[in-house]
Design a protein around this ligand. Structure first.
Ligand code: ATR
Length: 272
């Protein structure tokens, strides 16, 4: 964040809770890195309709949207882009001269985090979980040309997401039945403070899987540590978080996001 003047544009994240979000640190360092006159703050928000009125009234330029507002925000926007509409969730709002446009950059973030390390096209991708994150990631993987399999604890929710995506469903215990080049955990299992948990058994992992966790706190979850131990490649949750944010940054400013700087800042904060 540079010096705040009369021309500083305001951005922020709306959600509840938001106090521990890494968005403010990441985006403010990115603005400063490029000399963009912007400031990004955390808005703890209960009423999404009132929040959207406030954004219009105050000409706040761009918003990140997080739990619990990603779905309920949709009717309060003027326009929702195709990807966000198909996923059914918005994580980014651009205020284009008073017109609020919703986007979803989670699918992009997940695909980009993977394509840095490996191809996705024609790969077999197994997604653990069937919530909003699984929906966005499953959508992104299918668009990138992968085959997708949903593994979930509750069968009903898992079957429903699989049907929505046109993918196959397997119970959590039956990973070995699904072909798997890439395994992605989208559940909160293993997130701090429950760092000793993992969503599947270590024995279900093989060394030919690339294992990605979208949890970034801790950076190395028990799932990733178990995968590394048997020689599998892993991707922690930071790249996806950074790339979804980098895409937001580009939608708001029209500038190329300083991705390496953003990664560095987020890893440093998580290690402190
Ligand atoms: P998000 O929107 O972040 O994806 P969500 O919609 O609450 O969050 O979805 C969380 C996912 O994690 C669900 O698929 C949930 O499984 P169920 O459908 O069986 O509830 C999964 N999940 C949460 N806690 C879990 C646990 N302890 N073990 C296995 N799966 C779990």
């Amino acid at each position: 964040m540079g010096i705040i003047t009369g021309n500083t544009a305001v951005y922020g994240v709306i959600g509840n809770p938001v106090a521990h979000s890494l968005g403010p640190l990441m985006h403010n360092k990115a603005f400063a890195g490029l000399g963009h006159p912007g400031v990004y703050v955390a808005f703890e928000t209960r009423d999404i309709g009132q929040a959207m009125d406030g954004i219009r009234a105050l000409n706040i330029r761009g918003i990140s949207v997080t739990i619990p507002h990603k779905e309920t925000i949709v009717p309060h926007l003027d326009q929702v882009d195709d990807t966000a509409r198909q996923i059914g969730a918005v994580n980014t709002v651009v205020n284009d001269k008073g017109k609020l446009i919703g986007y979803n950059t989670d699918a992009y973030g997940a695909v980009k985090a993977l394509t840095e390390k490996t191809g996705v096209k024609d790969k077999d991708v197994v997604i653990i979980g069937a919530g909003g994150a699984a929906r966005a990631i499953g959508y992104g993987m299918l668009k990138a040309g992968a085959r997708v399999y949903i593994l979930n604890r509750s069968e009903g929710k898992g079957q429903k997401l699989a049907a929505f995506l046109g993918a196959s469903f397997y119970p959590l215990t039956e990973l070995s039945r699904a072909p798997c080049d890439i395994l992605i955990n989208t559940t909160p299992v293993g997130m701090a403070p429950n760092v000793d948990e993992m969503p599947i058994e270590p024995e279900q992992l093989t060394d030919r899987m690339l294992v990605m966790d979208i949890i970034y706190n801790p950076i190395s979850t028990r799932l990733l540590a178990s995968a590394e131990k048997i020689g599998a490649n892993v991707i922690d949750g930071v790249p996806m978080f950074v790339y979804q944010g980098a895409r937001q940054f580009e939608l708001w400013t029209g500038l190329d996001a300083p991705v390496d700087l953003m990664k560095k800042v987020v890893y440093k904060a998580l290690k402190e």
